[in-house]
Design a protein around this ligand. Structure first.
Ligand code: GDG
Length: 743
């Protein structure tokens, strides 16, 4: 389904850090690839994704901060095989108030639900603005027409708007890697700061978060802070549409999976098993209060207290990677962790057994995968985590389909990994019981859970993540034009009236529900007013009038049978011409379409727990009545419909029906669009008008020639040229338009 792009663009990543450390020794410059979730994710773009979305001839341009000085890097070519680096230099005072201050002393704690740790210093925000401007200046030096810019994370929230203002034609993506907090937390920011943040992010075309919750919180903040409402995942910015969606970041599944057989990993696994106790628990994270390290230790302590049968039989390998330890809070936390580990080891350990093996140092990749694959339990207990990649890496490393993941419900990943033992990280007892349960879990049960989780990560790996993001970017571009809302002004109405007066051969299409008749709770009671009916009669005497509806023929015949109008029923499946006494049925079926459509429905089913795809004889149905989260499923169904309508090639002549908790794709050559189009082509009409309120009317708006006046009722995003506010206004509009024409 991925369309080949004619002139693939260049990709520019702007992130706080460059993807490598620049080592400068004796006039030689070498690069040391950095580790970390974001870098591994973006690196994946260099592989197969680059082929389809970006120009393979061009390196990925990366704008990011470097600790090196300008002088050190002068005249050096800052590139490796995949990246061309464009370093940003931040003066020390700016960097401190920007990075340590605004980013890590304020935004990080706030977004991770630690408002008491958030510091509000007046100097922070000014430095944040200045730093964002410095990143912008560097970008402005290198950006070219057509480049796609992908801005990363909370350090650069003002950047998308800066880019939009100066380079309005470039496509801009923004991804937020940490939790976007609920509005009650977000509103703790000073009014000016929070508005700048929201407006800054809204400069992007696509804004991505890890989970649907974060999307909702952001949409609410955008509404309450800057007044932008949303329709499903879209925000109408007036001159453009932007999309806010969830893209759960993932990992390179195959890399972790195949590492299992690497001899060095096997060796590391073997030596861990040999030197450690019967049962191994493993945890690894950066030093951070959000990672729940202290609570994890308390949970382990409770486990030792309550389950003495495991004494002497368990090793808890806890690796903490140094991070931000120049900040006082982090230093205090480190001290507390050291003391707690010491206390637990001294309380329970003996000459032959040390319960916790603690390392405050990072590990090599080989050691890491060796530990993942040697451990009976991975203990991942963040108090808050945007996603958490460690748990996904653990699962992917288990080629043997063994091991148990204990996972905090506060990690974004818990939405995807329901087969883990999900715990509340604040609840020591919960952690203790989960460890005991994991140790006692049968191999069959472990394997069953692992298989399900592994399949999910394999299906939506980091390549699928990036592909998903850039597919949405590309699709949005196509949608920008057709989704724009332009409400009819007096001048606009006058123009239509003049065109009507000047023409002599006219055709007018009217939808029924929501257009000629108001929408009512009981559809059988949707009644057309006498005024409108008389008006239609008057028009039908001189013009071709078509009533075009999803209703069945009997319903429409009852209401319009006595008028000289064409009637199209069931979205174009049946037609009755003005002078005909019988209905004609269109039955142009072909069967060669399901293979290309089903993968789209399947992808949506994977991304919407509880939804499933049914393959019928002549149609495919995406059911979501039993989806776990009704609101989320509802939004996904809207999205699916837009996507199907965008991506289905017209030659396939497929119809997408938005049913009751089901989206159905049918093989039929007819929908409102094709029906309207064929009628409009029958004569040489010099005035074509179509009015409708429903999503099915979009087909009609799209199918009619560009010269047609297409009018959408309501403010939903639409392909129609114009909007009018509501059904009440239809009568006045039609009355005014036709009033000066005499038969
Ligand atoms: C942020 C968000 C979100 C760790 N120690 C070692 C090591 N690591 C690697 C892991 C993993 C990565 O670092 C950590 O990623 P996480 O996702 O768990 O956490 P954050 O660094 O906080 O990342 C987070 C992420 O952004 C992506 O959007 O998931 O929620 O906070 O890949 O393997 N790697 C090696 N040795 C170590 O000692 N080799």
């Amino acid at each position: 389904m991925n369309k080949k792009i004619e002139n693939p663009p260049r990709l520019i990543i702007v992130a706080y850090r460059l993807p490598f450390k620049i080592i400068h020794e004796n006039d030689n410059v070498t690069f040391q690839q950095s580790s970390g979730g974001l870098v591994s994710a973006v690196l994946s773009l260099v592989g197969q994704q680059k082929e389809s979305f970006f120009n393979p001839e061009e390196k990925i341009q990366w704008v990011g901060f470097t600790e090196n000085t300008k002088e050190e890097l002068e005249g050096q070519s800052l590139a490796n095989e995949s990246f061309q680096a464009h370093p940003v230099f931040l003066p020390d005072d700016i960097r401190e108030n920007y990075y340590e201050g605004f980013c890590n002393n304020l935004i990080w704690p706030l977004c991770h639900y630690f408002p008491s740790l958030a510091r509000f210093d007046d100097a922070y925000f000014g430095a944040y603005q200045t730093a964002n401007e410095l990143f912008f200046d560097k970008l402005a030096e290198i950006i070219q027409p057509g480049d796609v810019v992908w801005v990363q994370d909370y350090q650069l929230m003002l950047l998308p708007e800066m880019i939009r203002k100066k380079f309005p034609e470039n496509k801009i993506g923004f991804f937020f890697h940490i939790p976007f907090p609920s509005y009650e937390l977000f509103r703790l920011l000073p009014v000016k700061w929070r508005k700048a943040i929201i407006d800054g992010m809204l400069g992007a075309d696509v804004i991505g978060f890890h989970t649907n919750d974060y999307v909702e919180y952001f949409l609410k903040a955008a509404k309450l802070v800057s007044g932008y409402g949303n329709k499903l995942h879209y925000i109408n910015m007036g001159n453009r549409i932007l999309k806010v969606d969830s893209f759960p970041i993932s990992i390179d599944f195959n890399k972790f999976n195949s590492a299992y057989d690497d001899p060095e990993v096997s060796f590391a696994r073997g030596s861990a098993r040999e030197s450690l106790m019967e049962k191994i628990i493993f945890s690894v994270d950066r030093l951070d209060y959000s990672k729940g390290i202290r609570h994890r230790l308390q949970g382990f302590n409770r486990f030792l207290e309550q389950y003495p049968e495991w004494h002497g039989r368990v090793s808890f390998v806890m690796v903490v990677v140094p991070s931000r330890d120049t900040i006082e809070q982090y230093q205090n936390m480190k001290m507390e962790i050291d003391q707690t580990v010491g206390r637990i080891n001294s309380d329970y350990g003996n000459i032959n057994w040390q319960p916790i093996i603690y390392q405050y140092r990072s590990m090599s990749y080989t050691e890491l995968v060796g530990m993942y694959s040697a451990s009976d339990v991975a203990l991942v207990t963040p108090l808050r985590d945007g996603m958490n990649l460690v748990c996904k890496e653990y699962v992917a490393s288990r080629k043997d389909e063994m091991g148990v993941l204990i996972l905090s419900e506060m990690a974004g990943a818990s939405a995807e990994l329901g087969e883990a033992l999900i715990i509340n990280p604040l609840d020591n007892q919960d952690i203790a019981d989960a460890i005991d349960m994991a140790f006692k879990m049968s191999p069959e049960n472990q394997t069953k859970r692992m298989i399900a989780m592994r399949q999910r990560i394999k299906d939506y790996d980091v390549f699928a993540w990036t592909k998903d993001f850039f597919t949405q970017m590309n699709m949005l571009e196509q949608e920008q034009e057709r989704l724009r809302q332009v409400f009819l002004t007096n001048k606009g109405i006058d123009d239509i009236r003049t065109a009507y007066e000047r023409s002599s051969n006219r055709i007018l299409f009217f939808d029924y529900d929501g257009t000629l008749a108001p929408i009512v709770p009981d559809p059988s009671k949707a009644i057309i007013s006498e005024d409108i009916k008389n008006l239609i009669l008057g028009i039908a005497k001189r013009d071709t009038v078509v009533i075009i509806s999803g209703r069945d023929r009997k319903f429409l015949e009852d209401r319009f049978g006595d008028l000289p109008v064409h009637i199209i029923a069931e979205h174009g499946a049946m037609t009755k011409s003005v002078d005909a006494s019988e209905w004609t049925m269109n039955d142009d079926y072909e069967e060669d379409w399901k293979e290309s459509i089903k993968p789209i429905l399947d992808l949506y089913a994977i991304r919407c727990p509880g939804a499933f795809v049914e393959t019928k004889e002549t149609s495919l149905a995406w059911h979501y009545r039993v989806a776990d989260d009704a609101d989320y499923a509802d939004r996904r169904s809207r999205e699916l419909i837009w996507q199907l309508k965008n991506f289905i090639q017209p030659e396939l002549k497929l119809q997408v029906i938005d049913g009751s908790k089901v989206v159905e794709v049918k093989k039929t050559a007819f929908n409102k669009g094709t029906a309207a189009k064929s009628l409009a082509a029958q004569r040489n009409y010099d005035f074509i008008l179509a009015i409708g309120d429903d999503t099915t009317d979009e087909d009609m708006f799209e199918a009619l020639p560009d010269t047609a006046f297409t009018i959408k009722i309501g403010e939903d995003l639409s392909a129609a040229r114009n909007h009018i506010k509501n059904q009440d206004e239809v009568f006045h509009f039609l009355n005014f338009m036709t009033s000066s024409v005499v038969e």
